[in-house]
Design a protein. Structure first.
Length: 86
């Protein structure tokens, strides 16, 4: 697969508020998924996506990609983004 390079201008990068909004949404989604997974397990249902599936996807994929499109100030100001871990 050919690697593609895209040049982003500073104004194209996400700022701190935008980064915080996206990460908060990801964290809320992840927590809700874990709660639903617990409920389904108690009911004896088989889970399509395990309890930690989305947390793994977020930590090992989305946060790394989000770092590439966030400005330096946003990365330094956000612990989850800085460490790539919810």
């Amino acid at each position: 697969m050919e690697e593609k390079t895209i040049e982003l201008r500073d104004e194209d990068l996400l700022n701190g508020v935008e980064v915080a909004t996206l990460i908060t949404a990801l964290m809320n989604f992840n927590e809700r998924h874990k709660e639903e997974a617990d409920e389904q397990e108690k009911e004896g249902k088989n889970l399509i996506f395990g309890k930690y599936y989305f947390e793994t996807v977020i930590n090992h994929g989305l946060l790394h990609k989000l770092r590439k499109i966030a400005n330096k100030e946003a990365i330094e100001a956000n612990e989850q983004l800085k460490n790539c871990k919810l």
